[in-house]
Write a protein that binds this ligand. Structure first.
Ligand code: PEP
Ligand code: MN
Length: 365
């Protein structure tokens, strides 16, 4: 299904730069909200003020956001600073209350995107409204769940839609709180080029120190904006204290970012790039030719094994291929994981073809 999308610049003024959304992880007190909001508004860069009014927490009895009463604080933020407002919604009641208080943007959190029942309930509550909705990627790296949630919201008639990349759960030790797996948002953008895609470096990093690098990478990948958590006094924050920035620190981070052009109008640049792309086209054509030759050879090997009643998979040979190709790659400056993944792809296709050749013999015999 295709998505019907209203372009971002038609409903938020993003002419001057990427969409910037900031505000605390959780709404704690009216004073915290107002102090943070005034700090952010003073930067003159923040389009949308965010705050988690209802926080989904892993364990009970953790701080769960100030609840409905915080919606009035956000109305105040909008009235006094002019920033748009955004809150997380996880059920129909949240949607109704948030819209009643004039909240501009509702976002579906990572823990809710995983659940089609909840997403459908939210979609139903949005029916007939002109709300803007941001859908965060699900906790685990399942792009279909993310797409499914976007479709459910879009099907209900919501066209002011934004996808938010906030990283993915990993059981492995990592410098990230949620690993970025950049290929997943890139795949989403490839499938839905018209869908605005922004990045939430706060929940990817989990700590302040690495936010700038992730934010820069998101912009380098041509993402349309950033959502970064800020608190007037991060050390006292009741949730996500280690990843929040003061408004001033957010200002420094933003002014340090390189905003690149998607394309340059410079003729010399365009000609040079065209030349380099022609060379890549040529190299790719050679690569495809070599892959085809490799497959021809695999066919011969497969037939030979079949005729001599020898198994397709040969562990010793495979380990030797991996070892020698990785060594060769490293000598030529290639990344070890990259070479390993290429070898695994080559081997997988080789096994597939040889197994097919064995099947042909079975059918014939
Ligand atoms: C949040 O934005 O505060 C939040 C809870 O994020 P996520 O749903 O990405 O965990
Ligand atoms: Mn948070």
């Amino acid at each position: 299904m295709t998505l019907s999308i209203t372009p971002l610049h038609q409903w938020i003024d993003t002419q001057k730069g990427p969409l910037i959304i900031s505000g605390p992880c959780g709404a704690e007190t009216e004073e915290q909200i107002m102090q943070t909001a005034y700090g952010l508004a003073a930067l003159n860069r923040v389009h949308v003020f965010r705050a988690g009014v209802w926080k989904p927490r892993t364990r009970p009895n953790s701080f769960e956001g100030a609840g409905s009463k915080a919606l009035a604080w956000l109305s105040r933020v909008k009235k006094e600073t002019g920033m748009l407002t955004a809150v997380e919604v996880a059920n129909a009641g949240h949607v109704e209350e948030a819209l009643k208080h004039g909240i501009d943007i509702l976002w579906i959190g990572a823990r809710t995107t995983v659940n089609p029942f909840s997403v459908q309930e939210i979609a139903d509550a949005l029916k007939g409204t002109d709300a803007a909705v941001m859908v965060k990627n699900p906790v685990h790296s399942d792009i279909q769940l993310w797409i499914g949630a976007l479709e459910r919201i879009n099907q209900t008639g919501i066209t002011k839609l934004v996808a938010v990349h906030r990283g993915f759960y990993t059981p492995d030790e990592s410098v990230y709180r949620n690993i970025p797996r950049w290929e997943i948002p890139i795949e989403l953008k490839t499938l839905y080029p018209q869908l605005p895609l922004i990045c939430d470096p706060s929940h990817i990093c989990g700590r302040r120190e690495t936010l700038a690098g992730v934010a820069q990478k998101a912009l380098d990948l041509n993402m349309a904006g950033l959502m970064i958590e800020a608190h007037h006094d991060p050390s006292s924050a009741l949730s996500d204290a280690s990843q929040q920035l003061t408004p001033a620190a957010l200002g420094w981070l933003l002014s340090g970012l390189q905003i690149r052009e998607v394309a340059s109008q410079d003729k010399v640049f365009k000609d040079q790039l065209e030349q380099m792309r022609l060379m890549i086209d040529d190299i790719d054509a050679q690569l495809i030719h070599i892959l085809a030759k490799r497959m021809e050879m695999i066919t011969q090997i497969g037939e030979y094994k079949r005729d001599n009643n020898v198994t397709v998979f040969q562990l010793e040979r495979w380990l030797e291929i991996l070892r020698s190709r990785i060594a060769l790659g490293i000598i030529q400056g290639l990344d070890e994981t990259y070479v390993k993944e290429v070898c695994e792809l080559l081997h997988k296709e080789s096994i597939r073809l040889q197994t097919e050749i064995m099947e042909i013999r079975k059918l014939n015999s």
